[in-house]
Design a protein around this ligand. Structure first.
Ligand code: NAD
Length: 306
């Protein structure tokens, strides 16, 4: 059985690694946070001593790190993954990073006889907890087949989008829509609150028309509308993704004025110390700015109820 290294046990990486451990994969884990490592050891994983040791011992190394900075540092560092990995090994990066960084990683990997698969993760953190994530994968056919058992153990839906780099590019397209929907919902709910409308009636109407959307349906009811703004997916990470999206759009000469506006709205939220809350909490940010009561549904209210 291939030994799997897993680096980055945060809000997403921890449940993903846990699903691998529970399903019997031979796992070696690493994170700056020893508590997260301890939780994986309880599930049968072994604690890695360093990036170098994981790269030497594991033929597939998964990274689930915040951004391109961390992934490039760990992969390309002087005692990092690429200089230590055995030829034929695969870096399976599941973080959301700059696709140009993925291209650079792949070019460097080839020089070491290695390869890269980019497989960023769709859906919410709660889906990762339940092993119900969606993965969009950029890989050669052979590497896709090799990592597929891992993806099937962590999620329910896997799309092979094309060659290396196509997973991350698909993810940017997806997150442009998801983060922008948060912003649009936030503005709409603030207006509803200002009008003094019954929030449950407003939601009923939105859920019943073409105004309905995935964020309003899947994320808002359990998070900001229920008064739970613990992340989930932080405003900081949503801002990072909007930065990637705006930069990619500039480079590709695609005009995305709405993306630029949403990016700056999330900049404003971070400047007001909201960076660590769930991205649905952008609704609270807009309401705070306008001195409007935050949108909250009554305790126990469920989607579809009056
Ligand atoms: P997180 O901040 O909760 O976790 C990142 C983890 O990486 C932390 O545990 C941190 O200690 C660890 N880490 C950072 N630098 C490290 C290093 N040098 N060595 C070892 N460990 C290191 O972030 P997250 O929410 O788990 O997101 C991870 C990635 O997945 C991001 O790129 C994010 O955009 C993407 N993503 C997140 C969600 C979500 O809902 N949270 C959904 C899809 C995709």
């Amino acid at each position: 059985m291939e030994k799997i290294g897993f680096i980055g046990l945060g809000r997403m990486g921890k449940p993903m690694a846990a699903n691998l451990a529970r399903k019997g994969f031979a796992l070696v884990v690493l994170d700056l946070n020893p508590v997260a490592v301890g939780e994986l050891v309880e599930l049968g994983a072994s604690a890695g001593s360093s990036v170098a040791q994981i790269a030497r011992d594991c033929s597939i190394v998964v990274t689930m790190l915040p951004s391109s900075v961390e992934v490039e540092a760990l992969a390309l560092g002087a005692d990092g993954i690429f200089v230590n990995a055995k030829p034929g090994s695969v870096l399976l990066d599941m973080s959301t990073i700059d696709p140009l960084a993925t291209d650079r990683l792949q070019a460097e990997a080839v020089k070491h006889g290695l390869s890269v698969v980019d497989a960023p993760v769709g859906r919410l953190a709660e889906h990762a907890d339940r092993g119900e994530s969606l993965f969009m994968v950029g890989a050669s056919n052979a590497d896709f087949a090799r990592v597929r058992p891992l993806l099937d153990a962590m999620g329910t839906t896997v799309y092979h989008c094309g060659g290396v780099g196509s997973g991350g590019r698909t993810k940017l397209v997806n997150n442009y829509v998801a983060v922008t929907l948060c912003q649009v919902n936030a503005e709409a709910l603030a207006l509803s609150q200002r009008f003094g409308l019954d929030i449950t009636k407003t939601l009923q109407v939105l859920y019943g028309t073409s105004a309905n959307n995935g964020q309003l349906r899947m994320n808002f009811p359990n998070k900001v509308l229920a008064g739970d703004t613990s992340p989930g997916f932080t405003i900081d990470l949503a801002h990072k993704d909007m930065s990637l999206i705006v930069t990619a759009a500039h480079a590709a000469r695609v005009p995305m004025p709405v993306a630029a506006a949403v990016h700056e709205s999330f900049s404003l939220a971070r400047a007001s110390d909201y960076g660590g809350i769930d991205f649905s909490g952008i609704a609270d940010v807009i309401c705070d700015l306008a001195r409007i009561d935050k949108p909250r549904t009554p305790a126990g209210w469920m989607v579809g109820q009056a």
